[in-house]
Design a protein around this ligand. Structure first.
Ligand code: GLA
Length: 383
């Protein structure tokens, strides 16, 4: 089964491919500028189907005027790429001093939040509980990296402090009402349906998932939808449905509001199969969002270079993906209120070796952008 994290061997293959591509590639075909093609923006097109359109963002994006202006013009939802992950929002010194796990946003998170508010963006929170990018000291006695692991009871207390602390911090800073969705848990289910082992399962047990939603439901305002978010969703849709069924309170009420599909796709991926997974997840009746969309050229083990032909294939893939979502949303068969692309342009994407985004490294439009805008004649089709 394909894994999306890069192993050293794959990394070396990717680097060699990039060097080979740089030495042999032909000059890029420049597509007509977006304004020459249409008056529409991504946000006007998605708004026409009752959806927000988002991108992930970092401090670097808002500090680059050209990029920041384009983001503000095209998108209306933002997710922090890193700055709101557990690694960045927990203060060890203050936790030691107070004896309680203490949340404190750093300057990057604060400046992106200020920018988002100034430009009227809605926000998705990412992420409260995860096995990765989470400091090990939060699991240890005295919040000390050399301490022993704490008990289940103590870890549940810390989880509650983390979750309540995030919502309190957002309220204190004046940004809570920007948020319409929050990833409570990221990436807990393996492809075989088992729960991924990590410090949370080791100390609390598999029911850490239930507790995370219980606390999130307790502290998040009603206006914030609570999401479970995962990748390779097309291979584990049934397991995600089973998990969602366990996330209910004693009265049978869902603690979870939605399932986030990361949608880290490749042009070699079977699109009907992907949309079939969307349909399976929709049967839960929960909200769905595509939360981290990128469409890499080729496949995981073998990236393709950004030739005109490969970029056209990506454009068609993006066109058909978004068309499939719009058709389902318009027919009322999915309850999807947002789609978020992960990385604004190829140059700053975490998977830049696959050229997976809507704008290229020069911030010029790609066929994929016209695919997302549903402008078929510029999306890579030969008429
Ligand atoms: C996962 C996470 C994201 C991010 C990407 C890599 O998809 O959910 O937060 O870390 O990996 O950018």
């Amino acid at each position: 089964m394909r894994k999306k994290k890069l192993t050293p061997v794959i990394l070396i293959i990717c680097m060699l491919t990039m060097i080979f591509t740089a030495c042999t590639s032909t000059p890029k075909v420049k597509l007509p500028a977006q304004k020459e093609v249409t008056d529409k923006t991504l946000k006007s097109v998605f708004d026409g189907h009752g959806m927000k359109i988002g991108t992930c963002i970092s401090g670097n994006v808002i500090n680059n005027k050209k990029m920041a202006d384009l983001v503000a013009e095209q998108y209306n939802s933002l997710t922090m790429e890193n700055a709101m992950k557990p690694d960045y929002i927990l203060n060890q010194e203050k936790s030691i001093a107070s004896g309680e796990l203490t949340v404190e946003f750093n300057s990057e998170a604060r400046s992106v939040l200020a920018w988002a508010k100034e430009h009227n963006f809605a926000m998705r929170g990412h992420t409260l509980i995860w096995y990765s990018q989470t400091p090990d000291w939060i699991f240890r006695d005295g919040f000390d990296k050399n301490g022993v692991y704490v008990s289940r009871e103590e870890m549940l207390t810390r989880m509650e402090a983390l979750i309540s602390g995030v919502f309190e911090e957002l309220k204190t800073l004046g940004y809570l009402d920007l948020f319409y969705a929050y990833d409570v848990i990221n990436e807990a289910v393996m492809e075989d349906g088992s729960i991924r082992e990590n410090n949370w399962t080791k100390i609390i047990g598999d029911d850490y998932l239930w507790y995370a939603f219980y606390y999130a439901d307790k502290y998040a305002p009603e206006t914030v939808d609570l999401y479970y978010n995962d990748y390779n969703e097309q291979y584990k849709a049934e397991s995600l449905v089973e998990l969602a069924e366990t996330l209910k309170d004693n009265d049978g009420r869902y603690l979870i509001d939605g399932i986030g599909l990361q949608a880290h796709l490749f042009t070699a991926d079977d699109l009907p199969n992907y949309l079939n997974a969307v349909d399976i997840l929709a049967e839960t009746g929960l909200k769905l969002e595509l939360t981290e969309v990128d469409i890499g050229l080729g496949k995981y083990e073998s990236p393709l270079s950004p030739t005109d032909e490969n970029l056209k294939e990506q454009g068609r893939y993006c066109y058909e993906l978004i068309k499939g979502l719009f058709e389902r949303k318009d027919a009322g068969s999915i309850n999807m209120d947002a789609v978020t692309f992960w990385g604004f342009s190829d140059g700053i994407s975490w998977r830049r070796e696959y050229s997976p985004q809507l704008y290229d490294s020069d911030l010029d439009p790609k066929y994929a952008l016209y695919g997302a805008l549903q402008i078929r004649e510029h999306a890579g089709y030969d008429k």
